[in-house]
Design a protein. Sequence first.
Length: 145
Amino acid sequence: MERRLVLRLLSHWRMLCDDRAYPSFFDLDPSAIPAMWRDCFVLEIFADGSEPRFRAVGDALAAHVDFSLIDQPISKAPEKSLPGEAISFLEEVLRKGVPISRGDEFNKEHGAKVLYRSILLPMSDDGDTVTGILGAVNCREVIDG
């Protein structure tokens, strides 16, 4: 079995797509992916162009921020945090309309280096327009010394 979160979630997303360009959020069942869901998040994208909002944040991801991101605009995710880094390429995903995975590193405020890999997967409730993003990110901290 594949160990990498982003590849497992991509495989699940493709299964949800079936013969469509994008799966619907109605197809998404967190209880079907409990091991992954803790590192996942859902963003709602608005047709009027207003700022996307977090609609769901898994427990493991939520632990990286000192407050709840649920119902918050994406600008509330701190830049040097796991959620903030995970959404840093959102505009590219929205522009291209395809899943994109990225890995990178950043330094937390207290100096610890964080290595992460994330994926953003477009979702659509009408089958044509991207109305949201299913994302996931996991990491490990590296202590220099």
